[in-house]
Design a protein around this ligand. Structure first.
Ligand code: ADP
Length: 351
């Protein structure tokens, strides 16, 4: 394969420099001042005639016209020359965010812009095709893995139920079940993420009660919080929301599940749901270790886990999934540390 050397972008240097439009304006203004100086010098020969005719000093006229012509020129240059570059800049920003569906209109007055846009579109087409190939591959492999895992899980369950087992056997069967459970959760999360990565609208949305769903999520997690004797402080306002219930359930299960996981035994998890005029906010607070400032920006990345003591209890996909789901609904998630523990806040826009 042909290798292309990509020059490194030195962001530090770029910050110190000015935009092209600034340089253009500087150039035009500089040119204007030279012209003004020249005109003033020449005008000394004709000043008598002009002053008599217009009753305004010639220099004032030169300055007024000079400024008008100069700024018009700068504006026109800025619009005509820099507009296509700004468009390309915006499109590249989208590509950097992972949107490979973006295309630019290849028709342009400038030959070189047309050429650049054609190459840009070629690049995004290739990137989109690669991305599709990758997500198809991930989803096919995950499907293929899911079937044998389900079979292993089924047989292990049968073994668990059979009466004639030694205590060692029972231990092994339990371990098999625990690990197949983890594997099938991982594969399920990968499949869901790859499906949601290719989805921008929710075609199966329906109106449902959010407070009821959050209550269901707390009940679902009972085996986990009961083991740690956790208390819950729950205040849920009655709120309905339009989305796919099954998908939204992942948001609450992951956030409440994490709070339960990180809260020490015998402590309290606080959950609030509030409806405001233009949005809905959900907050979950725990008394766990909180999140390092450095890790805060990365916890929503796929497979990122910052706490080594709980690594075996998760796969680092939970918050990536939550973020992706909220992106689809135009929602947001923020996290902040509390004197003890941390708080996750989800904001959903009211449609
Ligand atoms: P995992 O399945 O490992 O919990 P997540 O994507 O849900 O993956 O979370 C990523 C990481 O963020 C976790 O490994 C953990 O280190 C950190 N994290 C998430 N929630 C909390 C929390 N409530 N308190 C402390 N750390 C948390």
């Amino acid at each position: 394969m042909k290798r292309i050397k990509v020059p490194k972008v030195q962001t530090g240097d770029i910050k110190k420099k000015f935009g092209i439009s600034w340089y253009l304006s500087l150039l035009v203004t500089g040119e204007l001042f030279v012209a003004l100086a020249l005109a003033t010098f020449l005008s000394s020969w004709f000043s008598d005639i002009f002053t008599e005719l217009l009753h305004i000093p010639l220099e004032a006229w030169i300055i007024i016209f000079g400024l008008i012509i100069g700024s018009t020129l700068a504006f026109v240059l800025n619009r005509l020359l820099l507009f296509p570059i700004r468009q390309l800049d915006e499109a590249m920003e989208e590509v950097a965010k992972g949107n490979f569906k973006i295309r630019l209109d290849e028709r342009s007055h400038y030959r070189d812009i047309e050429h650049i846009y054609k190459n840009f579109n070629l690049m995004t087409r290739e990137l989109e095709a690669n991305e599709m190939l990758k997500s198809d591959f991930i989803s096919n492999v995950s499907h293929e893995i899911k079937t044998p895992i389900t079979a292993i899980e089924g047989y292990a369950m049968l073994l668990q139920d059979s009466a004639d087992r030694s205590s060692d056997d029972a231990k092994y069967v339990e371990k098999i079940l625990l690990n197949t459970g983890r594997l099938s959760e991982l594969v399920g999360n990968i499949l869901l993420l790859s499906k949601l990565d290719n989805q921008n609208i929710d075609s199966k949305a329906e109106e449902f009660s959010l407070d009821e769903q959050i209550r269901q999520s707390i009940v679902l997690l009972e085996p986990k919080w009961e083991k740690k004797s956790l208390d819950f402080d729950v205040e849920l306002e009655e709120v309905t929301y339009r989305a796919t219930p099954g998908i939204m359930m992942h948001v609450w299960n992951n956030l409440i599940g994490n709070a339960v996981k990180f809260t020490p035994e015998g402590s309290t998890v606080r959950i609030f749901l509030k409806a405001k005029s233009d949005n809905i906010t959900f907050t979950v607070e725990d008394c766990g270790p909180g999140i390092d400032e450095d890790a805060k920006a990365r916890i929503f990345d796929k497979f990122y886990q910052c706490d080594s003591s709980h690594k075996s209890e998760g796969n680092g996909l939970g918050l990536a999934l939550v973020k992706r789901i909220l992106d689809i609904y135009g929602g947001e998630i923020t996290t902040e540390n509390l004197p003890e523990g941390c708080r996750f806040t989800v904001t959903l826009p009211k449609k």
